[in-house]
Design a protein around this ligand. Structure first.
Ligand code: PLP
Length: 365
């Protein structure tokens, strides 16, 4: 049997007709950059995600960048960022000239460790980026408590966590702003690049709308230095087709995760630990094994796709050499990078495929 890690063709096949109809509609109304599809998506996504408001932008990376600009983060500021995440979480600080200060992660949830944050706060700390990694919410309450009295902004990188909950609250609606990605492989993915900023702060969302469209409130009158960072109409049209399926697909991911958690009993494999405070949406199902590379090769030989997400902690990325970190600085993050392996968990997997992954893992010696 062959079990793909991700299979976008399989995911899109049942939606093909509906997608083509949606594109025909966009061709008819001609709203290619913003427009009716984007308006409908912003409203629909905010409702489904349970957030006060959403503004569509060009990508998750740009969502982070525009949030940094709107919050006034810049040179002279420090931003605390988890050391184990996708690199764009760190671009939040780097793009606006602020100093990145990495923090280690919690060994169970793989999300930023609030105890590490506390030690890193200085009077220059302007923001904390919290990544809800692999679909698991970070522990927000202690982070919000640290930030509140010091006027530090909390930004939720929710690119991997559509529909995830923290103590019953939707991610992207807890901190000062949330950044979502609709990259094709995300839990809600378009057919290209796309992203959104969410916030309870209507003024901040207005500012994002201005920044995404050349800093302009009024046609050809530019109040700010802005960017061309609009969500495209065709992307929004594809997202409008997919949005009604998000809840069901999330439930399917959670069911597959329960099967893995209950079925994988190979004593050398460490399973992810679901946090007591939240509901993961399992963007990734990431196990750990001391001989990760041998396990990955064995899975491939047996037809099971897997991926190393992520092989390098951020402080050891060559692009951040100038920050002066070294091996050993973040032991939890470093250990995870050496041992992690993500298994197939896309909602399109059949029960037989899930069982095959379990049996294959249990037979590994
Ligand atoms: C945690 C995280 N942050 C930010 C991003 C950036 O999103 P995008 O690829 O849409 O720019 C991604 C996804 O790639 C991500 O996984």
């Amino acid at each position: 049997m062959k079990v793909p890690f991700i299979d976008l063709k399989r995911a899109h096949e049942p939606l093909k007709e509906e997608l083509l109809e949606a594109f025909a509609n966009t061709l008819d109304h001609g709203g290619f950059c913003l427009g009716p599809d984007v308006n409908a998506f912003e409203e629909g996504f905010a409702k489904e995600q349970g957030v006060a408001g959403a503004v569509g932008v060009g990508s998750g990376t740009e969502a982070l960048h525009l949030i940094a600009l709107a919050l006034g983060v810049g040179p002279g500021d420090e931003v605390i960022v988890p050391d184990f995440t996708f690199i764009a979480s760190a671009w939040f600080a780097q793009y606006v000239g602020a100093k990145i200060v990495f923090a280690d992660i919690d060994p169970q949830t793989f999300t930023i460790d609030p105890q590490c944050i506390e030690k890193l706060i200085t009077d220059k700390t302007k923001a904390i980026v919290v990544t809800h990694l692999f679909g698991q919410a970070a522990d927000m309450d202690p982070i919000l408590a640290l930030a509140k009295d010091r006027g530090i902004k909390v930004v939720e990188d929710s690119a991997q966590a559509h529909m995830a909950l923290y103590k019953g609250r939707p991610v992207g609606d807890i901190g000062d702003a949330g950044a979502f990605s609709f990259y094709p492989t995300k839990n809600l993915g378009g057919l290209g690049e796309g992203g959104a900023v969410t916030s309870r702060d209507a003024e901040l969302l207005e500012q994002i709308k201005i920044l995404r469209a050349h800093g302009s409130k009024e046609r050809y009158l530019n109040h700010y230095v802005g960017y061309n960072n609009r969500l495209e109409g065709l992307q929004a049209a594809s997202l409008n087709v997919k949005l009604p399926h998000l809840r069901g697909k999330t439930a399917r991911r959670q069911k597959i995760a329960r099967c893995y958690l209950g079925g994988i009993n190979n004593p050398d494999i460490s399973l992810p630990v679901p946090a007591r405070y939240g509901e993961s949406v399992y963007h990734m199902f990431t196990i750990r094994h001391a001989e990760r590379d041998r396990l990955k090769a064995y899975l491939a030989e047996n037809g099971v796709g897997s991926d190393i997400v992520y092989p390098y902690p951020l402080h050891l990325q060559p692009c951040f050499n100038f920050l002066g970190y070294k091996e050993g600085d973040f032991p939890v993050s470093e250990e995870l990078a050496k041992t992690c392996l993500s298994l197939p968990i896309v909602p399109e997997l059949t029960d037989e495929e899930v069982q095959y992954v379990i049996d294959t893992l249990n037979a590994f010696e």
